[in-house]
Design a protein around this ligand. Sequence first.
Ligand SMILES: [Zn+2]
Length: 239
Amino acid sequence: MDAGIAAVVALSTGEKIADPRHERRDRTRLAKAQRELSRKAPGSVNRDKARRKVARVHAQITDRRRDFLHKLSTRLVRENQTVVIEDLAVGNLLKNRTLARAVSDVAWRELRRMLEYKCAWYGRDLVVIDRWFPSSKRCGNCGTVRTKLPLDVREWTCACGAVHDRDVNAARNILAAGLAVTACGDGVRPQRETSRTGRSSVKQETQWATAGTLRLQEEEVNRSDIPEEPRRPATRRSR
Ligand SMILES: [Zn+2]
């Protein structure tokens, strides 16, 4: 696997949460269904069947992905008082085709939207760190900022001796920056989430439109004051 694809989300705790296992198999199934559809004679009953099959596979993929993102976002919001995410410049990532695929697969936008409304539900803070913050290139130990860090470098050693996993180091930097913002209200221009409903989140989402990768981090908090989850329409479980 390639840069940033091995882990969907890296947390400041060092944990990496992987892409749903089904993703690749679902892709194969979809490709097969589409191939079969293309072989059926136009107007035939079999073509109609094949078309329904393709639609069904599509729907399953969508359901699974949503289910995964719901579980992930709920967990992050429940376990943390403050969630800090990086507002990545997706334009740069999309120049790399491998990454472009990962970006859409991971459905970053959707995850962020879920985090926005769930943070509102639970009274959590969502801090979005400016995309130009040098999260990857900065050593979380000594603060030195490297001039270059190619995407295929997944692990690096700083002159200070610290050995970093690229994504986890970035996650820690982002968390530190996010908490600094929370504390003194300045420095990296956060966008604080204030919306109360999913609907207005959707609107903001369109405005930001920065589907990105791959890093989230969380702050350890005490878990005693976590409120009950509000009622919401049940998410469809796939499988
Ligand atoms: Zn260092």
